[in-house]
Write a protein that binds this ligand. Structure first.
Ligand code: ZN
Length: 401
């Protein structure tokens, strides 16, 4: 349990700590309960909750009678007191969401990627999409904390600038943080999409029990988001989580790196489509290819059933190898391609993870689906903005002191 400090210098930390506890308790918490959970004195707690109420972040919401003494006033989050925008830059479709303080998605838009146009035009299109979605949702701009952008890496070590993501050629060397910040007038955070997905999952886990976990993100590309002790792992340069070259099938397709059967190339929708004997789809929208695979497998087409079964084994091997390294509590699967495959492959992947002879796990590995859904990277990027402003992390207190 995280506890507070009664020293005046850590007032801001206490504020984030109390707000985080209230956020995770939709039914509300009384000051007595908050005091017990944080170790803060009644006086400090009273000051903290007053400041939060003054900023409109929490409100009193009725009284409860519990045992003798006077009824306790419940404090609840004001979800619409602040908002954050999340943007996911993706080769197939760019997603823009607005989330409120509770992490609920209050608006969602998809914009078709612009193709090969100058960087300034790309940034302007995203800025327009941000303006439009806020206007349509009727959100006061002064309540918007900022824009979180999720994108496939790699990033410049100083952050904010995309280097050369292979699936996003038009965005090469664009400084998303500075350029989009200038175009929108809002603070911008840029995060690798797999890390953003992990953040989204942490934010939605109200129990605060999600501690050591990994998130296999399966979209146009594949990557691993990692959380240790409840915090996302970014690595030194924000580029952690590259698992595309883990060999998962020694008889699999040849990868650009020279190996055979790397995870990325082995579960790429285009690869599965070709392995199942279809002609390449036109238009490059992998979602249509995946939908066809799912449809035909459900109808019992033997080649498609075999290809998806093998894809499940490949995914399971990657999860096992990663878990052998990290030894986590929870394994989460998500991303737009996985959301389409989960119904038909979820159980097979779980069973294969449990049976894989490469596993060194000493207890059952629980594999589950993302709580957030297909937009997890965009939602997670928005949650980064909320997180940056409000989540209590002891590490931040150490910096502040
Ligand atoms: Zn490779």
């Amino acid at each position: 349990m995280r506890t507070g400090s009664n020293l005046p210098a850590v007032g801001e930390y206490n504020q984030t700590l109390v707000l985080d506890l209230i956020r995770r308790s939709p039914e509300g918490l009384s000051r007595v309960e908050l005091s017990a959970r944080t170790g803060l004195s009644a006086q400090t707690l009273s000051n903290v909750t007053r400041r939060l109420a003054e900023e409109g972040l929490i409100a009193e919401a009725g009284k409860v009678i519990s045992g003798p003494g006077k009824p306790r006033t419940l404090l609840k989050l004001e979800p619409r007191s602040r908002f954050a925008v999340g943007v996911h830059l993706d080769p197939v479709v760019d997603t823009v969401v607005v989330v409120d303080m509770a992490g609920h998605v209050v608006a969602h838009e998809e914009i078709a990627p612009q193709g090969e146009v100058p960087a300034a035009q790309l940034v302007a299109a995203v800025a327009t999409a941000v303006d439009d979605i806020l206007a349509r949702a009727g959100i006061d701009r002064t309540l918007v904390l900022g824009v979180g952008v999720a994108a496939p890496g790699p990033f410049d070590p100083r952050g904010g600038r995309l280097l050369d993501p292979p699936l996003l050629p038009a965005w090469h060397h664009v400084n998303v943080r500075d350029d989009l910040g200038a175009a929108t007038g809002l603070p911008v955070i840029v995060e690798k999409d797999v890390t953003a997905a992990m953040v989204g999952e942490l934010w939605f886990d109200r129990s605060d029990a999600l501690s050591d976990a990994m998130f296999l993100y399966y979209g146009a590309g594949v990557g691993l988001g990692v959380a240790i002790a409840g915090a996302p792992v970014r690595g030194r340069t924000g580029n952690a989580g590259g698992i595309a070259h883990i060999v998962v099938d020694p008889l699999g397709p040849v990868c650009g790196c020279g190996s055979r059967g790397c995870l990325g190339v082995s579960i790429e929708p285009r690869t599965l489509f070709a392995e199942a004997g279809y002609d390449p789809a036109t238009g490059g929208d992998s979602r249509r290819e995946v939908d066809r695979l799912v449809r035909d497998a459900a109808a019992g087409r033997p080649e498609t059933v075999a290809v998806l079964r093998r894809a499940g084994e490949r995914i399971a091997r990657a999860l096992v190898v990663a878990n052998n390294l990290l030894d986590v509590d929870e394994v989460i699967l998500g991303g737009p391609v996985w959301e389409r495959l989960a119904g038909i492959l979820g159980d097979a992947v779980s069973a294969r993870v449990a049976a894989d002879p490469a596993s060194t796990a000493t207890r059952a590995i629980e594999v589950r689906r993302s709580l957030v859904g297909a937009d997890v990277a965009a939602v997670g990027a928005a949650c980064l903005m909320l997180d940056g402003a409000f989540a209590a992390r002891p590490a931040r207190m150490m910096i502040a002191l």
